[in-house]
Design a protein. Structure first.
Length: 541
């Protein structure tokens, strides 16, 4: 029977999840235990054109890996690292000293195999084996697959891997690709498969690939997996699932006890800080073969609903969807959400009701709950108009509710019906264009100012609105900012997004920059005060 090699890519593909910050103990421990579990190929990380940082799986040169190796490498274990075909200077690569990696995986996009080819001989000359990784293999036509195989045959790498980059393959797609490549590739070149779980098919497709290659029974294969499926977006086939399948079906000898112990000791820490795996947005990414970064952008920047994400991606051409051009994506999003409405009458109505009045804005920060008695006392004594911003907290009664997010609008409507129906809703035109009873609709773009990643902050939009209706005072509650974990900054009942710590810090910086711009460009006719502690109070002193 053919030989099936398992390649664990946790430390490489998992780097998309944690920014490659695995930590010294985890890197060493994962490599050691995977070797002890009899995993044939261990992908230790990336080679990058930047200095190595301790505890990081981005290495500049292979010798950076040596500090993490806790046990001698077994004779039949292969250590590999990956390089992007055009993002690593091969001149930096030292001669293999036999103490770190054995091979390099070169990844390249469709149509770039000829640009990747010149890397092969210099890598070999320095004593390393070469594997090829054909990103987004699904996009290749049959003729292009034949051309790929011909180019690879001329180079004779150890293996060529099929890559389901966007998690968009169906079984029929994989069989088509295998048919061509298995027929056209030299038999001494292993065929591999690297999957993503956008459509809940990663494990199933990996099994199908193995079964198909065993049926043909003339070429050795490589199957990629990662511990707990850790990998970009929807993640990969799980190493723990694949080893169990291979043991039961093909009588391999992977030590599942060691693999489970590795997960207990090293992987649970990442579950507490990060998320990956199947989700509806990543399913949509697989459906439309779009880059997962586009999904993350729409989720993190605009909290886009699944239905809207599907419509946005369907409106883009296939080639554009496969890239992550955020400027273009922002234009597509803005075109989609910017329903132009005549809102002058709405502005006039708000101005008549709010001119020279005191306004209290209640945001979903947890201080709105912690300081509720103080806030309620202020509202009572100042005879203020109360505006809730993108949320309904049950502690309050509202005169108005401002919604700039359709997701939060629908959530409030369905979960806080009584309070929702009592208040007048101020909606931006990205939510709807036709006004219903007790609603006011304003142009979304008129309340925006672009130039920041997180430009559509609801409080900035409200501030821009209020300067058009000229109240006497604005009192702000719950504008707490973001000091730590994103979800912990919100009141318990508020709907929350999902930003990493890096993204949260960027959001905080963007709000500060937008406030600085807002204050510098407007001569305030009204007072601004804060009813709860806020890092943004300094801008209005």
């Amino acid at each position: 029977m053919i030989k099936i090699d398992l390649l664990d890519c946790t430390l490489r593909d998992g780097a998309y999840i944690n920014g490659s910050e695995f930590g010294t103990q985890t890197i060493g421990g994962v490599i050691k235990r995977l070797q002890e579990a009899n995993v044939e190929i261990i992908e230790c990380g990336w080679l990058k054109d930047s200095p190595h940082k301790e505890g990081n799986t981005y290495y500049h040169v292979p010798t950076d890996l040596e500090r993490y190796l806790l046990a001698p490498k077994r004779k039949d274990t292969v250590y590999v690292s990956m390089i992007d075909y055009n993002r690593y200077n091969i001149d930096s690569l030292p001669v293999n000293n036999g103490k770190n990696i054995d091979a390099i995986r070169v990844v390249f996009p469709r149509g770039k195999v000829n640009e990747a080819s010149p890397l092969v001989q210099p890598i070999r000359d320095k004593g390393y084996k070469v594997f090829f990784q054909a990103a987004n293999t699904l996009s290749y036509t049959n003729d292009e697959l034949k051309q790929l195989a011909s180019a690879v045959n001329a180079l004779s790498p150890v293996g060529l891997s099929i890559v389901d980059t966007f998690g968009a393959m169906w079984p029929v797609d994989l069989i088509r690709i295998v048919d061509v490549l298995d027929r056209e590739l030299d038999e001494n070149i292993k065929l591999g498969f690297h999957s993503h779980n956008n459509q809940q098919l990663s494990f199933a497709l990996s099994i199908l690939f193995i079964q198909e290659m065993v049926r043909r029974n003339h070429r050795n294969v490589i199957i990629d997996s990662s511990l707990c499926g850790m990998g970009r977006g929807a993640g990969n086939t799980c190493t723990e699932l694949m080893t169990n399948y291979l043991n039961k079906t093909y009588h391999t000898d992977y030590d599942l006890n060691i693999i489970m112990d590795t997960i207990d000791v090293y992987m649970n820490q990442f579950f507490q800080k990060y998320s990956w795996g199947y989700s509806i947005p990543y399913y949509i990414a697989g459906m439309y073969e779009t880059h997962v970064n586009n999904v993350a952008y729409l989720q993190d920047t605009h909290a886009v609903k699944n239905k809207d994400m599907k419509i946005i991606f369907s409106s883009m051409d296939a080639e554009t969807r496969r890239k992550y051009d955020y400027d273009n994506l922002e234009q597509v999003y803005s075109t989609y959400v910017n329903r132009k409405v005549d809102d002058q009458s709405a502005i006039d109505t708000l101005s008549k009701r709010m001119i020279n009045r005191s306004i209290v804005t209640i945001l979903p920060g947890k201080s709105s709950v912690e300081y509720q008695e103080k806030i309620k006392e202020y509202i009572k004594n100042s005879d203020s108009i109360t505006i809730g911003v993108n949320t309904i907290l049950p502690e309050y009664t509202y005169d108005y509710l401002l919604f700039t997010s359709e997701k939060k609008y629908e959530y409030a409507k369905e979960n806080n019906g009584v309070a929702f129906n009592k208040a007048i809703k101020i909606l931006t035109s990205n939510i709807k264009a036709e006004v219903d009873e007790n609603e006011i609709i304003l142009n979304y773009n008129d309340l925006q100012k672009y130039g920041w990643k997180y430009y559509d902050n609801s409080m900035l939009m409200l501030l821009r609105l209020l300067k058009r209706v000229d109240p006497s005072c604005i009192a702000i509650a719950g504008f707490d900012g973001y000091k730590g974990e994103y979800t912990k900054e919100y009141a318990p009942t508020a709907i929350k997004g999902n930003l990493s710590q890096v993204e949260t810090a960027q959001l905080q910086a963007d709000i500060e920059s937008m406030l600085e711009d807002y204050v510098s460009s407007f001569d305030h006719k009204f007072d601004v005060k804060f009813l709860t502690p806020s890092p943004f109070e300094k801008f209005f002193c």
